[in-house]
Design a protein around this ligand. Structure first.
Ligand code: PLP
Length: 430
């Protein structure tokens, strides 16, 4: 039995596993199995009826996955989690766990492009409407809400603008209207704990900082256990109405002996069961390997990024630096309120030379990788105007915060001198 640790550095190494019961293995084993032997028919029956929680089939749960879930839950102060195949699957499940055709939800406009497409196009085809609003104005969420609004959605530190989202303000708006806030905290694990600021659920792409080494796609959905679904009544039919696919179970009722886990239990036993975006035992293991050093790496990512910002500030080829540490006013206040101990490891800058200079900068990099990813231990760079945002019109690019000369860096944990040397020589080439 593991102690209830509260410090993230200890949680990520110890929660949920202190040596394998059978072999004594210290590292979390990869349970590479699809299924699990039932003790007898009564045991099997109890598991299927959720009278007892336990392993049935790896599409729905797996012991390696379980350790990852326990650790991320403890790290964020939630009640339970569900690891899935990708960040995209986690975002999809987070919303579809509450919405049915004809329902809507309200999302910040400042989103990762994949999430934008999912919300604006794919969910629309499923009959679920996403209402996009300006994240800088918490009241915009209230204005877009009606009796079919099932949740709010936003990212803590969305790029490329890197304006921290007003988590508590929008969570408060939602709680007054009976609407839960779901936060995508992919860019700021450890730095921000959205449950401390009123969020009801958290989404991560573990592909990024949690995995940390650019090896495995994964996602996780965390339940804060702090939202009263039952009080919402018919606002949350997926949780409060009998579920025909589970012998008429009402999830808020069924979980009463287990704790406030209606949201995450339904995501597992309905969405993951039926849609099947299951993670693999080895990808869950890789996410655990990353998670075990996450607090240490986040400190290093942030410290290196701060030094890159200082270096960029003195550079005559740069017109603008985008990073929470150089923001002011309300934007800066939010960064200080919600990011604890660092301003993140994403930094943008605009080159005076525009698009040509942007391309030249990227082509001149020797160590930084040119990829469309973030959150790797290695430093990464991209020129959005010629890649991730190239399908958008100039006006649309400007709305998302991308200009011709904009470069996004995801600063890694190499030695700072080597990171700056590479940026310096690539800038000299522009
Ligand atoms: N959320 C954010 C903020 C992301 O940056 C990404 C991917 O870039 C995702 C979600 C989707 O994650 P995945 O690529 O693991 O599906």
């Amino acid at each position: 039995m593991c102690a209830d640790y509260t410090n993230p550095e200890t949680i990520v190494l110890h929660t949920g596993h202190h040596g394998d019961a059978t072999t004594g293995a210290v590292a979390v084993p990869i349970y590479q199995t699809t299924s699990y032997q039932f003790n007898n028919t009564e045991h099997a029956e109890n598991l299927f009826a959720l009278k007892e929680l336990g392993n049935i089939y790896t599409r729905i749960m797996n012991p390696t996955q379980d350790i990852l879930e326990q650790r991320v839950t403890a790290m964020d102060g939630g009640v339970a989690s569900l690891a899935v195949a990708s960040g995209q699957a986690a975002s999809m499940y987070s919303v579809m766990n509450l919405c049915r055709a004809g329902d809507n939800f309200v999302s910040s406009t400042d989103l990762y492009g994949g999430t934008w497409n999912l919300f604006a196009n794919t969910l629309k085809d499923f009959g679920v409407e996403c209402r996009f609003v300006d994240p800088s104005d918490p009241e915009a969420f209230a204005k877009a809400t009606d009796d079919k609004t099932r949740c709010y959605y936003a990212e803590t530190l969305p790029n490329p603008k890197l304006h921290v989202f007003p988590i508590q303000e929008v969570a408060d708006v939602g709680r007054k209207l009976g609407v839960p806030l779901i936060m995508d905290n992919t860019a700021t694990p450890i730095l921000c704990r959205p449950f401390d600021h009123g969020a009801a659920a958290i989404v991560y792409s573990t592909t990024k900082y949690i995995g940390g080494h650019g090896t495995s796609i994964g996602g996780i959905l965390v339940d804060g256990g702090n939202f009263d679904w039952e009080a919402g009544g018919d606002k949350f039919p997926t949780l409060n109405e009998p579920d025909p696919s589970y012998h008429g179970a009402v999830w808020t009722e069924a979980v009463k002996p287990l704790g406030p886990i209606a949201y995450i239990l339904r995501a597992r036993v309905i969405l993951l069961r039926d849609v099947g975006a299951a993670t693999t035992p080895s990808n869950a293991f890789n996410a655990i390997q990353g998670l075990e050093t996450l607090p240490l790496r986040m400190r290093e990512h942030c410290a290196n990024t701060q030094k890159v910002v200082e270096y960029l500030q003195g550079h005559d080829k740069i017109t603008n630096i985008i990073h929470p540490s150089v923001q002011d006013g309300e934007t800066r206040r939010r960064a200080d309120a919600y990011l604890n101990g660092g301003y993140g490891a994403l930094v943008g800058f605009e080159l005076k030379g525009g698009k040509d200079a942007g391309r030249k900068f990227i082509d001149s990099l020797e160590m930084l990788f040119h990829v469309a990813n973030i959150g790797d231990a290695r430093s990464l760079a991209i020129h959005p105007a010629s890649t991730t945002h190239s399908q958008l019109s100039q006006e649309e690019q400007a709305q998302t915060g991308v200009t011709d000369g904009y470069i996004r860096l995801s600063i890694g944990i190499e030695h700072i001198d080597d990171i700056i040397a590479d940026i310096d020589q690539a800038l000299a080439a522009t």
